[in-house]
Design a binder for this molecule. Structure first.
Ligand code: ASP
Length: 311
């Protein structure tokens, strides 16, 4: 007997993939998250033969992603992954904060099944909208035996969550990972894998059990010419429990910013060092240095620090 098609659950959160504009030529003046998940699926005739379930978790522009939505999303993903009949989950999302959500889900769930985020740079109403092909590819990956972990399926490539970055404001190839290329590519709908699927230890849903308004505040401060550290002092004074510094180059900071960070540490605030550079890791100075963020971007380092402070 032929084995049944894998069951994939699509969880929608909004974004440009569900965006609509008044004109098909308009790729910037649109409303994100306007279409329901059924409309996204219906726009892809090739999905008709797939076993799908869908659910709306949110309908927002991901620039407004918040902790309550993250929490609900993690719970819904975990719920569906626990169903033995579900092969994998697809999450439709805006591109703007996608790397944060992907990293958050990977750290909290480190799922043994695939959880593939997907998105679009052009709204659903645009000429050559990129969402439908991305959604089809994401469903393909989420139903692939052996695939696992949280990733992004976008513009024909599959990216791991860790180190993922949005690198372009407009182009449809808008994502990259720190120093490594994609895990796999989709070529004519066929998956060609280059590397192992992401693994990791799940922090678990218990880590994010606190009400979102009780989560520790973590701010990001940038080093730049003339950076004087006053933003660090202001963050500490307003209750931040963590600060990520997006340093210059290999995470370096000005003398005055370094002094402000030392004051923050002395006040019990945790500090993490990332870089404002697009690519490359920030390595520890020595074995005792726990502040270096490795290949995480500043925004992913912020998620990491927030989850650490929740422990
Ligand atoms: N502002 C949109 C969002 O992140 C951008 C996109 O989806 O491409 O929801």
């Amino acid at each position: 007997m032929q084995s049944p098609m894998p069951l994939v659950v699509i969880l929608a959160t909004g974004g440009t993939i569900a965006g609509t504009a008044a004109a098909a030529t308009d790729t910037t003046g649109y409303r994100a998250g306007a279409l329901g998940v059924e409309a996204l699926i219906a726009a892809v005739p090739a999905l008709a033969g797939h076993r799908l379930e869908s659910e709306s978790v949110a309908a927002i522009d991901s620039k407004d992603m918040d902790l309550a939505t993250w929490k609900r999303l993690a719970e819904r993903v975990a719920h569906h992954l626990a169903r033995p009949e579900v092969a994998g989950v697809v999450v439709t999302h805006g591109t703007d904060t996608l790397e944060e959500t992907a990293y958050f889900l990977q750290r909290v769930l480190a799922p043994p099944k695939p959880v593939m985020l997907t998105a679009a740079m052009r709204p659903a109403t645009a000429l050559s909208a990129d969402g439908p092909a991305n959604l089809l590819d994401a469903v393909t990956v989420a139903g692939t035996p052996g695939a696992r972990g949280v990733g992004l399926v976008f513009a024909g490539a599959v990216w791991a969550a860790v180190g993922l970055r949005k690198i372009h404001t407009l182009q449809t190839s808008a994502f990259a990972a720190s120093d490594c290329g994609p895990i796999a590519r989709l070529e004519g709908g066929v998956l060609r894998a280059f590397r192992d699927w992401p693994q990791g230890e799940a922090l678990g849903l218990a880590r994010i059990a606190a009400a979102p308004d009780a989560w520790p505040r973590v701010e990001i401060v940038l080093n730049h010419s003339g950076a004087d550290g006053r933003l660090v002092d202001a963050a500490v004074a307003s209750g931040a429990r963590g600060i990520v510094v997006a340093g210059t180059g290999h995470g370096s900071v000005s003398q005055r910013l370094a002094e402000a960070l030392a004051r923050a540490r002395a006040a019990g605030v945790r500090v993490a060092r990332a870089s404002r550079c697009a690519f490359g890791p920030v390595l520890p100075h020595d074995a005792a240095d726990l502040e270096a963020s490795g290949e995480l971007s500043a925004v992913q380092a912020r998620v990491e620090l927030q989850l650490a402070l929740l422990a």
